[in-house]
Design a protein around this ligand. Structure first.
Ligand SMILES: [Zn+2]
Ligand SMILES: [Zn+2]
Length: 380
């Protein structure tokens, strides 16, 4: 029944250790039950892939054996397991966005609708899981595959992973409503996608804060209504005083009230910088919501807890994505409410994967063009 010929090899891009990646031929994976075999079409490079390449670890996730990189992918279903529901959702030949984490489905977190917190999660290219999606064939259960409408490209499909992080932060946790005001710290890929989600959901104002003018200019052309570049810290100014001063400057320069209509309802911190964390908490209106999605390096982040308490803020961490996030991401793109194309700045063939990572590490290519998202095509 299959027109989808399955090749006998599975070229894969495998990380062996710090700065040590190799192209390898791995076996074509077997599928069971409710699983599908997917021929990978496009894969975006994520900061976490680059981090594993440079450091061999992220926090408690330490590379112990060779691991195929990649987790932001789309592809085509080429084989269905015998237990895949025959409900027309996923068929042979379906183009899909691949949600790359498989949870246990039985623990308390899974049962209560927060599968992203499952302690038994197997997540692509995150040790100890040795499989990532930078390969020809990948296996996922059918329910982790999200069909792409005809108007949504395979590249868009690969971008659904980071977009779902934005949906999770702004919609599912931040609960942004139409006419609200959001401030986003950090105009990298995740920050930009959070802005895109805020715009799609009808935010009144979207304020982008970053320390690079070039990134702010892009943010304004893309989804931000306002931008702000904080000035440097005075040498004899404490961090608290500096952060309070910049927070005031943002409000006065952009004419943002401290409370009531037009004040900042939601702060999304997508930089991980301790200064931005403080500013986010300073600038929120009473009962506002603060969402931390940027991964900082510093354990010792001073938090203005006085403001957290006094304004009764909701302070939330945002981890990956959960129920409904991928479907909403696909829907926002399908309906033209988010355009992902301007974010794809670089494209590479599978054999050029090393160059792709190099450009990502440097943050710009030889011509000086900055990288937002680089996409690698699946093996020919
Ligand atoms: Zn990612
Ligand atoms: Zn679980």
């Amino acid at each position: 029944m299959s027109n989808y010929e399955i090749k006998s090899d599975n070229p894969s891009f495998v990380l062996h250790g710090i700065e040590d990646v190799k192209f390898e031929n791995r076996p074509v994976p077997e599928i069971k039950n409710d699983e599908c075999l997917i021929a990978v079409s496009k894969t975006g490079i994520c900061g976490s892939d680059v981090h594993y390449l440079c450091h061999g670890r992220i926090g408690d996730f330490v590379l112990k054996e060779p691991m195929c990189l990649g987790h932001e992918s789309s592809g085509t279903v080429v084989k269905l397991g015998p237990g895949v529901k025959n409900d027309g959702r996923i068929n042979l030949g379906s183009r899909v966005a691949m949600e790359p984490g498989v949870s246990c489905r039985t623990c308390t977190e899974c049962k209560s609708g927060m599968y992203e917190l499952c302690p038994h999660m197997s997540f692509a290219a995150t040790p100890p899981i040795i499989y990532g999606t930078l390969c020809r064939y990948y296996v996922l259960p059918a329910d982790m595959l999200h069909p792409l409408p005809d108007s949504v490209t395979d590249e868009d499909g690969a971008m659904m992973e980071p977009l779902s992080v934005g949906v999770h932060s702004v919609h599912s946790l931040g609960k942004l409503q139409s006419d609200q005001v959001v401030i986003v710290f950090g105009a990298g890929p995740v920050g930009l996608l959070c802005m895109a989600v805020a715009k799609a959901l009808g935010a009144r104002r979207i304020i982008a804060v970053d320390i690079q003018q070039e990134r702010l200019d892009f943010a304004r052309s893309y989804a931000a209504s306002d931008i702000f570049l904080p000035g440097a810290r005075d040498p004899n100014e404490s961090m608290e005083v500096y952060c309070a001063r910049v927070s005031d400057e943002i409000r006065t320069t952009l004419n943002i009230p401290a409370r009531d209509h037009g004040a900042v309802d939601l702060a999304i911190e997508a930089s991980g910088a301790p200064t931005c964390i403080q500013m986010g908490i300073n600038i929120l209106k009473p009962a506002g919501t603060y969402v931390q999605v940027g991964m900082g390096r510093n354990m010792n982040v001073p938090l203005p807890l006085f403001h957290v308490i006094n304004k009764q803020l909701k302070v939330l961490g945002s981890f990956r994505y959960g129920p409904g996030d991928y479907p909403l991401a696909v829907s926002l793109v399908e309906r033209g409410l988010i355009d992902l194309k301007p974010l794809v700045t670089h494209r590479f063939g599978f054999e050029q994967a090393k160059e792709a990572f190099e450009v990502n590490k440097l943050g710009r290519d030889e011509s000086g063009k900055g990288v937002i998202k680089a996409i690698i095509s699946g093996p020919e």
